[in-house]
Design a protein around this ligand. Sequence first.
Ligand SMILES: [Fe+2]
Ligand SMILES: [Fe+2]
Length: 286
Amino acid sequence: MTDLKIRRIPFSFEDVPFIWNPENPGFSIAMNKLSFFAIGFEKYICQAMADVEPRIKDPAILAEVRAFRAQEGIHSNAHRRHVKALIKQYPALQEALDKTIKSYDELYASKPLEYHLAYIGGLESIFTPSFKLLLDHRHLLFEGGDARVASLMLWHFCEEIEHRSSGLVIYNHVVGKYLYRVGNFTKFMGHVKEVTDMLGEEFKKHVPGITDDLVNFKSKASPLPKIAKLRSSYGILMSQMPWHNPDHQALPAYFQEWSDQYDRGDDMTQTYGVRWEKQPELIAAE
Ligand SMILES: [Fe+2]
Ligand SMILES: [Fe+2]
């Protein structure tokens, strides 16, 4: 049976700034892209998990499918709250969200379920090395930022690491063709790039002050140590090897720290960064 925990965390993002970490505007934008992207991608995962259910007879795999789908559905809803708060301030950003969802809906309609399971298994397997890099260096990326967005991201990365095996377990059970999955990997990444590049263009169009330099943060102003980035890239490469088993991956220490905080009943909506407090309403003098 599955070990995944279903956690519902009541995030809210009232008036959240677009540049939610003024110390790191490029990273703020990269994470905003991730919020838009997650809505489309995780809706796509939920569709594939719903459609694969009838093909699965093994109760352990079925439990994994359902728990995986539940976690991704909750992630998608939390990111939707974040994105809605941004759209409230910059209404034209609705277009960015619509285009993201449309891109995944069209992909879903144009390819067989095997392809979607391979896409999901392939992408999910690179998340542990990618997000470990961000969690290990959270002080360089999230510190000084709005705790609501920082906590949304840290929660999501921890749960991605928790369900790191789900996508591959399901793909291997239902499809099982290694070469099909790995042979299509550049197509999966190409689609991800298409969506995230589109988001950068939409941000530049609709949010004042967003420039090319800020949008292309990843290749330029990243404050992360070179060696850690190399290690992460190596982990990503290894995650596509036939012998790769996500259960054997190195996990960030923060994963346990975050889980312990959650189990203690801490407020996980603002667990890292600068705490946001609602401003008292200004009462107009009579
Ligand atoms: Fe997720
Ligand atoms: Fe995931």
